[in-house]
Ligand binder design. Structure first.
Ligand code: PHE
Length: 463
């Protein structure tokens, strides 16, 4: 990957290539950059692992007021020893001569057993050639000296004395190039303009799931076509999922292999007494069998959104309406590249005095056109609750074949009459994953639920 460097970085790197190591101050001199530019440049290079910055703290010492005085006249205890070198002296005389340092000088001399007091006099015991602190005091007096060159014991003896030493702390930065930087080839004739073709790291921002995008898009289309959204429960009594839709109680779709039943859970109040009576009459009269209310009470995971449609129509008895619903449905099927046990369905409904098959097909065309599907055809099919019943087939360009998409039809009078719905009802519905597969060019519906990050990142937001 080619890197683009700021002019400041280039200047610093170039100096370091010849100098091997430097300091911010030296770099300032050589590059004629400001301290602030140098500071920033070093920091950028450090973050890119191109420069190594070694910080060192340096302490050196110079003499304070009392240190300077001792340098001139000797350490207080040395002065005391000098005064009694030849003969013992009276304490009072010594006090006079040494002034305020008499006390500390005596303390140290006694502690080290250099002196002895005899009566009111002090006499010499030992005259040490070297007193702790003496040598260092001399060294510092000759010029400041750094901590590491000083005798530790000497230093601590001086540091204990007030105003003897002044500590000067300096921090230095040593800058060297890292191994990575040594092989860099900078073109210093470059104007420093931004290289618009330089590779940039890929950034993966948070995004919505492609399936969610499809759901939102479909909802948007319905709303712009003047439909309102209705909602219903994912668990339903069989009554609304099947019976109200004129699906006989021995219909294969109602078997356990096709429908998920909530084990042992039944619904007490499945509808109004009138709804139950009329639906059961419709079954008895038209299918000619014994209708069992206990079968209708069994709770299921809804197998389609048509249960939401029929319940809404039965409860609202609309004469003129455009509604849609959208949500999860469940089918006890073997999972494969084209089947999931739970998937999303969209369902549209138009009620109106003049609603007819031609309208239904027109709405389908418009809906598909808005999604971007134009090659469609209608095919006759069967649903227990619609007559006529159709299914749309759409052409999958990539697979080169027709695939079925929505089921649709006009609700049969056997469905509408018992529930007091008096106007023609057009309804259609189908799987959203199917549509999303077409949009995203997928061959396997399971991909939507695999959480495959590389696919999720690559699936474009706009088709
Ligand atoms: N409910 C049908 C299905 O699940 C679709 C459909 C809806 C058919 C409305 C006719 C009317 O596929």
């Amino acid at each position: 990957m080619s890197q683009v460097f700021h002019e400041i970085e280039k200047k610093i790197i170039n100096v370091l290539k010849t100098e091997s190591k430097s300091t911010p101050e030296k770099l300032e001199n050589q590059t004629k950059l400001s301290p602030d530019q140098i500071r920033r440049g070093i920091e950028w290079l450090r973050l890119k692992d191109l420069a190594i910055v070694k910080e060192t703290k340096n302490i050196d010492f110079s003499l304070g007021k009392n240190g300077l005085e001792s340098l001139q006249h000797g350490l207080p205890e040395r002065r005391l020893l000098e005064l009694i070198k030849n003969e013992p002296q009276k304490i009072a005389d010594l006090q006079k001569q040494l002034g305020s340092v008499f006390g500390p000088a005596m303390g140290l001399a006694k502690k080290n057993n250099w002196v002895e007091s005899i009566g009111d006099k002090i006499s010499l015991n030992i005259n040490p050639s070297n007193i702790p602190g003496e040598k260092t005091l001399q060294q510092i007096g000759e010029g400041s000296i750094s901590e590491d060159k000083i005798d530790k014991e000497d230093l601590s003896s001086l540091l204990k004395r007030p105003d003897f030493l002044i500590e000067n702390i300096t921090k230095t930065k040593e800058i060297t190039l890292s191994e990575n930087a040594k092989s860099l080839n900078l073109d210093s004739s470059d104007s420093g303009a931004i290289d618009v073709e330089a590779k940039a790291p890929e950034v993966f921002v948070a995004r919505t799931h492609p399936l969610k995008d499809t759901i939102d898009e479909i909802r948007e289309i319905f709303v712009t076509l003047g439909f309102s959204e209705i909602m219903g429960n994912m668990t339903q009594p069989s009554f609304w999922n099947f019976d109200a839709l004129f699906t006989p109680q021995d219909h294969p779709a109602r078997e356990l292999q096709d429908t998920f039943y909530l084990d042992g859970i039944t619904s007490k109040k499945i509808g109004t007494p009138e709804q139950i009576r009329k639906v059961s009459e419709s079954h008895k009269k038209n299918w000619r069998y014994y209708w069992d209310i206990n079968e209708a009470r069994k709770m299921v995971l809804r197998t389609h959104t048509t249960c939401v449609t029929i319940k809404h129509l039965a409860e609202n008895k609309l004469d003129d309406a455009r509604v849609f619903s959208l949500g999860r449905v469940f089918r006890n099927e073997k999972v494969s590249y084209k089947h999931l046990v739970e998937f999303n369905q969209i369902e549209g409904v138009v009620v109106g005095p003049n609603a007819n098959l031609r309208n239904l097909m027109g709405i389908q065309r418009e809906f598909y056109r808005r999604i971007g599907i134009t090659k469609i055809k209608f095919w006759p099919t069967f649903f227990p609750y619609t007559e006529p019943s159709l299914q749309t087939m759409v052409y999958n360009e990539r697979l080169g074949k027709w695939v079925e998409l929505f089921g649709m039809g006009i609700f049969r009078p056997e469905v509408t009459k018992p529930l007091g719905i008096n106007k023609p009802v057009l309804a259609w519905g189908g799987g959203i994953e199917r549509i999303a597969m077409l949009k995203y060019g997928l061959d396997d519906v399971r991909e939507f639920y695999n959480n495959n990050l590389s696919w999720l990142r690559s699936a474009t937001k706009c088709q």
